[in-house]
Write a protein that binds this ligand. Structure first.
Ligand code: HEC
Length: 243
């Protein structure tokens, strides 16, 4: 029995660990792999605002077309900006790693698996935590990756977000954010919804079969439930003669 408990603990501990995001409190993006409209909006935001620097090289455009219910010619028109790219190809960009390092100091990481590695909350919180820092090379700092080399790619949507500081024990501590009015094209709730869609898309990219897995999971559990009842009556039948 003790051995069984030990094995169960070893098997279950890492699974539980995954749900906790590193680096303090993360906002919950409420990802939903079944919400295709959200995933489509997220895909478009990703292609428009992120792919200049980032890739999602583990997913093909035609897989996205199939999973998200978009026609392949729409995918070609709205998601593919790199010349001569076919829908059978993966979401890569034209930037070489050397150029990226020269421009930003670090290469922008491939975002294919970021949602699995750090959790979707990490991406969502990161996108909502840029605040103006005049001393930073990009003009922004971020609470999730402090001193980040990534510019605030969604500044035109969100606007200029300032950090709100309070003095605690003689130290300036960041306690919140405030967006300068009229500097972005979206309201606060629209920006949160847009970054939720974007996070939802990156969470889908990190595990494209998630929606299918969850759908099948329900049937598997139902099967077990029915099978348990059958097995119970079968057992009763067999043991009837033994007693
Ligand atoms: C101008 C180039 C550029 C654009 C555009 C850009 N990023 Fe980044 N991004 C970077 C760089 C460079 C880093 C590495 C930052 C660091 O380590 O300080 C990064 C890091 C990240 C990370 C952290 C990854 C990790 O493994 O910790 C996430 C998440 C991310 N970007 C998401 C996005 C999203 C979503 C968009 C589109 C809205 C976007 N980025 C647009 C350059 C960019």
């Amino acid at each position: 029995m003790k051995k069984l408990l030990l094995v169960l603990t070893l098997v279950l501990t890492p699974a539980l660990g995954w749900s906790a995001a590193p680096g303090g409190d993360m906002m919950d993006p409420n990802v939903n792999p079944h919400d295709k409209a959200s995933l489509q909006r997220g895909a478009q935001l990703f292609a428009n605002y992120c792919m200049a620097c980032h890739e999602a090289s583990m997913i093909r455009y035609n897989r996205i077309a199939q999973d998200l219910g978009i026609d392949e010619d729409l995918v070609e028109r709205y998601l593919i900006f790199k010349p001569d790219t076919l829908v059978q190809e993966t979401m890569t960009n034209a930037m070489s790693e050397e150029d990226a390092e020269r421009w930003f100091g670090v290469a922008a990481p491939d975002l294919s698996l970021t949602a699995r590695r750090h959790g979707p909350g990490y991406i969502y919180t990161f996108l909502n935590s840029f605040y103006v820092d005049e001393d930073a090379a990009t003009g922004y700092d971020n609470t999730v990756i402090s001193g980040t080399a990534m510019p605030h790619a969604l500044e035109s949507l969100q606007g200029r977000q300032q950090g709100v500081f309070e003095e605690q024990d003689g130290e300036e501590v960041l306690v919140g954010f405030e967006v300068e009015e009229g500097t972005g094209t979206m309201s606060e709730s629209e920006y949160q919804a847009a970054t939720q869609d974007l996070t939802n898309f990156l969470d889908y990219v990190a595990e494209p079969v998630k929606a299918e897995r969850q759908r099948l999971g329900v049937w598997v559990l139902l099967f077990f439930a029915v099978f348990t009842v059958l097995a119970y009556f079968l057992k009763k039948e067999y043991w009837k003669d033994v007693h």
